[in-house]
Design a binder for this molecule. Structure first.
Ligand code: NAP
Ligand code: GDD
Length: 320
């Protein structure tokens, strides 16, 4: 019998890659979509005929319950969130409501509807904040530095708590930064790849960035959704760090992106200090030994290949 899976946040970057992965494994894929004044299906265009979308919102438990009843999934992937860190300072309550409490709403309706459903929570390396460990593992202290990080820390702990309290198969994947040509334009990776393409085509001269010294562990979204699926395909529920184990600065990212189009990044990047954050996470670098050893997961796409794919996709898009 065909298994059914439900993805919240299906219209986002990861939602679209995960939907494709699950379709390739013969799942019936269902997704939660927020009501909007205009359609936001760009990332799902190719697979729209193969998936079923349901209108709902993480702030409205009734809508989620009805969607669970209709889709009757064996697995639920909770990817929906207010996921942009700077917006969590301008909308801290909304971020807490969706990114934090939204997880409890999911777990509550899930356990009432069918406690046998397996649940994946998209947790984040932002929960580590200013980590003192050189690389962060499942054992690293949780010290978030943004309202988003605080909300994700809540989502992380409530997932563990529901597993321990109600014996649910509920797991939390601590995902480090992952990007792709489908990344939202406000995140630094896509902002840079798009700017490099625009500047190459003579349509823009400069790009304004904030903290160039920040270090991140960047992987490719297509690898990270495989980790999500693997985590639900186990005998025992367990939390894992998902990361490449290599960190680079925003400056490195910009250099590689501009190199891809034969330009000198220093001539085109300027600093806009208004883009600095009230509290920065200076460096993140994940230790993914556990998931490598226990589930055999590993990243397959290098940072250079990721950036090249993003820049080439932006060039193609702009030329088209
Ligand atoms: P994204 O592109 O920003 O997608 C977020 C998704 O959540 C969108 O589909 C959005 O819908 C949906 N959403 C937002 N508020 C909602 C609400 N109130 N009710 C229902 N849906 C709502 O994020 P992503 O990069 O794919 O990330 C997926 C998840 O992983 C997020 O939870 C994120 O916090 C987490 N994460 C991401 C990374 C990363 O580097 N990408 C790293 C760690 C953790 P609309 O399309 O309608 O806006
Ligand atoms: N967005 C942005 N725009 N960031 C900039 C800029 C800029 O112009 N200039 C420098 N940065 C720096 C930020 O200060 C941050 O240190 C780093 O680039 C990465 O910023 P983002 O790409 O916005 O990602 P993030 O690390 O804050 O958050 C992403 O990764 C988290 C996992 O660590 C998001 O995907 C979160 O949802 C995710 O949880």
């Amino acid at each position: 019998m065909t298994r059914s899976a439900l993805i919240t946040g299906i219209t986002g970057q990861d939602g679209s890659y995960l939907a494709e992965l699950l379709l390739s494994k013969d799942y019936q894929v269902h997704g939660v979509v927020r009501r909007s004044s205009r359609e936001r299906m760009e990332r799902l265009e190719k697979i729209l005929p193969q998936i079923t979308l349901h209108e709902g919102d993480l702030t409205d438990s009734g809508s989620i319950l009805r969607i669970l009843q209709k889709s009757d999934p064996v697995e639920v992937y909770n990817l929906a969130a207010q996921s942009f860190v700077p917006s969590s300072w301008t909308q801290p309550l909304l971020t807490g409501d969706v990114t934090g409490l939204g997880v409890t709403r999911m777990l509550e309706v899930l356990r009432q509807h069918n406690p046998n459903i397996r649940f994946f929570q998209a947790s984040s390396s932002e929960i580590f904040g200013q980590a003192t460990d050189e690389s962060q593992s499942e054992q690293t202290a949780i010290r978030p530095r943004s309202p988003y990080g605080v909300a994700k820390a809540y989502g992380h702990f409530i997932t563990i708590n529901y597993r321990e309290s109600y014996d649910l198969f509920a797991v939390s994947g601590i995902l480090f930064n992952h990007e792709s040509p489908r990344r939202g334009g406000e995140f630094v990776s896509r902002k840079i790849s798009r700017a490099a393409a625009l500047i190459k085509l003579g349509r823009q001269e400069k790009v304004f960035l904030g903290n160039l010294n920040a270090e991140r562990d960047w992987g490719h979204a297509s690898d990270y959704v495989k980790a999500m699926w693997l985590m639900l395909d186990q005998k025992t529920p367990k939390d894992y760090v998902v990361a490449t184990g290599k960190k680079s600065t925003v400056r490195d990212f910009a250099k590689i992106a501009f190199d891809c189009v034969g330009l000198d990044w220093e001539k085109h990047v300027e600093i806009d200090s208004t883009l600095y954050r009230p509290a920065e996470v200076d460096a993140l670098c994940g230790n993914a030994s556990l998931i490598r050893e226990e589930l055999g997961w590993q990243p397959t796409i290098t940072l250079e290949a990721l950036i090249r794919e993003m820049v080439e996709s932006d060039l193609k898009d702009l030329r088209g």
